[in-house]
Design a protein around this ligand. Structure first.
Ligand code: ASP
Length: 317
């Protein structure tokens, strides 16, 4: 039996421009804390890091507040195409689906592909896989996302990206929508896993590929795990998740690796955020965007970043 370590967990519901209104903030907090409570108890009962990550991603995908699974944002042609990936740190194995439509939980396909010789499938291939797995057809569209898209079309798709989290009261005044989700877990055997799932950045052209189903946006080894959110092109340009993980592997503490990587992202004027864990149980988060919606369990208590003071690019515990 491998030695027991204290499980750790961190999740995110996206990064972006500010959450207006306390109503929004409290609702997001409740959503994130509910996921943390359920997934952390699974880790205490012996779930592996990958199992915990998949379960957490499913819960977040099922919450229409976040831009993944149900409640995904629409692309420029008004269609939903979702992307998700899973990396098992102990196995050092990445799998994912890119631009899949009409399934409830894209992370389930990523999980299935962990044991396949072909581990990343794009649109047509992922639709074929969903059919083979006999996953029922599912419409992830919500009225709110449709309203956002119609409004954005009236404005001729001026926004670089959809907003943070679906908040009905914001539709009138701003672009609401961004809220990709991610989970990173350290299990009781010391294994790490990372998962990320998204509807994309919103209003993108057909065929655009999100960082969420690339190692740049989701990466884990036996040393550290990272899930990213924000403008996918910025995350890809920084190669953010492996950049942090490799720094930890080469001897930096997680805090130093995050500090260095976020200082560089800031200097390069990127718009992004990330959550991270290392095998010693350190927990960290960082952002160059205005806000990062993240929550964690440090073994004793739940914390979150919803009212995090902006003076630092990173936080940790
Ligand atoms: N990174 C995602 C993408 O660009 C969007 C997000 O994190 O909100 O597809």
């Amino acid at each position: 039996m491998e030695s027991q370590v204290q499980p750790k967990l961190i999740i995110h519901g996206g990064a972006g421009s500010s959450l207006h209104g306390k109503g929004g903030l409290e609702a997001v907090r409740r959503s994130l804390h509910t996921v943390i409570e359920e997934v952390y108890s699974l880790l205490l009962c012996g779930a592996t890091a990958s199992e915990a990550v998949v379960h957490g991603c499913q819960m977040l995908e099922d919450n229409p507040r976040f831009n993944a699974g149900t409640g995904s944002v629409l692309q420029s042609d008004g269609q939903i195409r979702m992307s998700a990936s899973l990396m098992d740190g102990a196995l050092g194995r990445f799998s994912g689906v890119i631009n899949i439509s009409r399934v409830k939980n894209p992370i389930e396909l990523a999980q299935f592909l962990q044991n396949s010789p072909d581990r990343v499938l794009s649109d047509f291939g992922s639709a074929e896989l969903a059919r083979e797995m006999q996953i029922p057809s599912y419409n992830a569209l919500t009225d709110l996302r449709l309203q956002e898209w119609i409004q954005e079309r009236q404005d001729n798709f001026k926004s670089a990206m959809a907003g943070v989290v679906a908040e009905p009261e914001l539709v009138e005044t701003s672009n609401a929508g961004r809220g990709t989700i991610g989970v990173v877990a350290l299990d009781a055997s010391g294994r790490l896993g990372a998962g990320t799932s998204t509807g994309g950045k919103g209003f993108e052209r057909i065929g655009r590929v999100s960082d969420s189903a690339m190692p740049a946006g989701n990466y884990a080894t036996s040393n550290a795990g990272v899930s990213c959110t924000g403008i996918g092109e910025d995350i890809i340009d920084e190669c953010l998740a492996p950049r942090i993980v490799v720094r930890v592997t080469d001897g930096m503490s997680l805090k130093e690796a995050m500090q260095r990587s976020f200082a560089e992202s800031h200097q390069n004027k990127r718009d992004l955020g990330a959550i991270a864990l290392d095998c010693s149980g350190a927990i960290a988060w960082g952002k160059t965007s205005e806000i990062l919606l993240a929550a964690y369990h440090d073994g004793e208590k739940i914390g979150d970043t919803l009212e995090w003071n902006d003076s630092e690019l990173i936080g940790y515990c």
